[in-house]
Write a protein that binds this ligand. Structure first.
Ligand code: FAD
Length: 441
C-alpha cells in the first residue's frame, strides 16, 4: 500500500499503486477493476488517487511522430509538457494551450481539458486534440475523434480519467516566432477596473490578473493585469533576436521539506500581497519575458506546495457566467476578505465560449484561490460554493479536493448525463477515484 495525494497534499489516501511498463501490463491492471490513471499528480485533490488501485502512466512517455507541416504531434499519454517544450520550441512550436505548470502529462491535460491564459481566444486544450486512443474496461483500445466514436472522444476530454485510460493522442502544436513573450502589465485599483480592462483586452492573445484578495471597500479586487503576445525577433534585444528560441538558463530553487506549521499566515500573506502589488505598480508597462518566466513562474521553485506545511492546501476554482460575473466575483472576494483569509495565489481569467461534454470552462470569468487545508478554510470554501451556485457558476474538478456531491450536481446538469454514460459503458465500476466516489460520479 502506498500513500498518495495530489499537488495540495490534501487529502491523503492509502492504496495500491502500479507502474505498468507496457500495454499488456496495463490491460492486467485495468481488468482487475476499480482503477484510475495518474499522470504527474498535479491535480490538487483526489482525482488521480484510485479507490482501489492507481495506475501511474509515467512509463508511457514516448513521442511517436511529428508532422512539420501541420504541427501534429503524436505522443503517449505519460509524456510531460516539460519534455514536449524543449523538444519542439527550438523548431518554432509551442503548446497551443498550457496550464500554469509544465510538469503535467499529456493524459492529465486531456483528462482535465486544461485551459490557459488564452481561453478567451483559443478555447481549451480540447480544441487542439485531433484523436485519442482510449483503453476501455476490458483492456480494448479504441481510436476516437470528432468523427470516430465521437461520444467516447467528447466524454474523455474533461472526463477526469473516468471513461478509460488515455494511451496516445494526436495534438496540434502552435507555430510561434520566438521563445519570448511581450508582456504589458497594468495595475488596477479595484474589481470593476479589472473587469473593464479584461473586456477591453479581448484581442490580446494571453490575459491573466493576479488579485490582492485581502483588500476591501473601494480597493476590493485590486489587481495586476498581465497581457501577453508571442514576441517577434525584431522586437527583442540583439542577443535574443539572434537566437530567438534560446532563453537564459535559470537556477531552480527548492523548498526542501514541509514544515509542521506553515509560515504562511494572515501577516505574511498580507505582506506578500502588498509587496507583489506595489512591485506590479512599479513594473507597469511593457517588458519581455522568456516563456518559462511568463507561463510557469511557480515551476522555478521546486516543491513550492510544501510551504503550506504538512496539513497541505486546497484550491477553490469556479467559473461564473459572463452575465453574473461582476456581482458574483464581488461577493466571492468580499467573503474571502471578510474572513481575512488572504490567498497567496488569487488568479482571475476571462474564458471565451466553450462547447463540450463535461469540461470546466464556460463563457465568463474564472477565479482561483489557494487556502491552507484547515477546518476554518473548508468552512469558508463551502460559503464560496454557495455564492458560486447562486450566480450560476460551476467548479473545476482538477482543483477540487473537498466539494460535496450535492454541490457538484446542483452546479452542473451535465453531471447526471456523465454518470449515466459511465454506468452504460461499465466505466462506473472499472474506473474509480476517491474524487469520483466523493462526488457520486
Ligand atoms: C501550479 C499549477 C498550476 C495549474 N494551472 C492550471 C491552469 O492554468 N489551467 C488548468 O486547466 N489547470 C491548471 N492546473 C491543473 C493541472 O493542469 C491539471 O490538474 C492536470 O490534469 C494535471 O496533469 P497531471 O498529468 O499531473 O495529471 P494528474 O494530476 O495525475 O491527474 C489528473 C486527472 O487526469 C487523469 N489522467 C491522468 N492521466 C490520464 C490518462 N493517461 N488517461 C486517463 N486519465 C488520466 C487522472 O485520472 C485525474 O483525473 C494547475 C496545476 C498546478 C499544480
Amino acid at each position: 500500500m502506498t500513500e498518495l495525494s495530489g499537488w495540495g497534499g490534501f487529502p491523503k489516501h492509502y492504496g495500491v499503486a502500479t507502474e505498468p511498463v507496457n500495454e499488456t501490463a496495463l490491460v492486467e491492471a485495468v481488468t482487475a477493476g476499480a482503477v484510475i490513471a495518474r499522470g504527474n499528480g498535479r491535480a490538487y485533490g483526489d482525482s488521480a488517487i484510485g479507490l482501489r488501485s492507481t495506475v501511474n502512466m509515467h512509463r508511457f512517455n514516448h513521442m511517436l511522430s511529428f508532422d512539420r507541416q501541420s504541427g501534429i504531434l503524436v505522443a503517449e499519454a505519460g509524456v510531460l509538457l516539460s519534455d514536449i517544450i524543449p523538444a519542439f520550441l527550438p523548431h518554432g512550436w509551442f503548446p497551443p494551450v498550457t496550464p500554469g505548470t509544465k510538469f503535467v502529462t499529456l493524459g492529465g491535460m486531456i483528462a482535465a481539458d486544461v485551459h490557459g491564459k488564452n481561453h478567451h481566444k483559443d478555447g481549451s486544450f480540447r480544441n487542439f486534440v485531433d484523436w485519442l486512443d482510449v483503453m476501455d474496461t476490458e483492456g480494448v483500445v479504441h481510436r476516437c475523434s470528432r468523427n470516430e466514436k465521437p461520444e467516447l472522444f467528447e466524454w474523455t476530454i474533461g472526463g477526469m480519467g473516468l471513461t478509460g485510460i488515455i494511451l496516445r493522442a494526436g495534438i496540434r502544436l502552435r507555430a510561434v516566432p520566438s521563445a519570448w513573450i511581450r508582456q504589458t502589465a497594468q495595475a488596477l485599483p479595484n474589481l470593476d477596473a479589472v473587469i473593464t480592462a479584461f473586456e477591453a483586452a479581448h484581442e490580446a492573445t494571453y490575459s491573466v490578473a493576479w488579485i490582492d484578495c485581502l483588500q476591501s471597500g473601494d480597493a476590493l479586487g485590486r489587481a495586476i493585469l498581465m497581457l501577453g503576445e508571442h514576441a517577434i525577433p525584431e522586437e527583442l534585444s540583439d542577443d535574443a533576436a539572434r537566437y530567438p528560441f534560446e532563453i537564459p538558463k535559470k537556477m531552480r530553487r527548492s523548498v526542501p521539506f514541509a514544515p509542521p506549521f506553515s509560515p504562511l499566515n494572515g501577516l505574511t500573506v498580507r505582506a506578500f500581497n502588498a509587496l507583489y502589488y506595489w512591485n506590479g505598480c512599479r513594473k507597469s508597462g511593457t517588458s519581455f519575458l522568456d516563456y518559462d518566466s511568463y507561463f510557469y513562474p511557480l515551476d522555478a521553485i521546486h516543491g513550492w506546495n510544501r510551504i503550506y506545511g504538512r496539513r497541505g492546501f486546497m484550491q477553490f476554482q469556479c467559473v461564473l457566467p459572463l452575465e453574473t460575473s461582476r456581482k458574483g466575483l464581488h461577493a466571492l472576494l468580499k467573503t474571502t476578505s471578510q474572513e481575512k483569509a488572504g490567498s497567496f495565489l488569487a488568479v482571475l481569467k476571462r474564458f471565451g465560449p466553450q462547447d463540450s461534454a463535461f469540461s470546466f470552462p464556460m463563457l465568463g470569468y474564472t477565479l482561483a484561490l489557494d487556502f491552507p487545508a484547515t477546518p476554518k478554510m473548508i468552512a469558508l470554501m463551502c460559503k464560496l460554493d454557495e455564492i458560486t451556485l447562486e450566480h450560476g457558476g460551476r467548479f473545476y474538478l482538477a482543483k477540487d479536493s473537498r466539494m460535496s456531491a450535492q454541490t457538484l450536481h446542483a452546479s452542473d446538469p451535465r453531471t447526471e448525463q456523465f454518470r449515466q454514460m459511465r454506468t452504460q459503458l461499465g466505466a462506473a465500476e472499472a474506473f474509480q477515484s476517491h474524487q469520483s466516489q466523493r462526488l457520486d460520479l
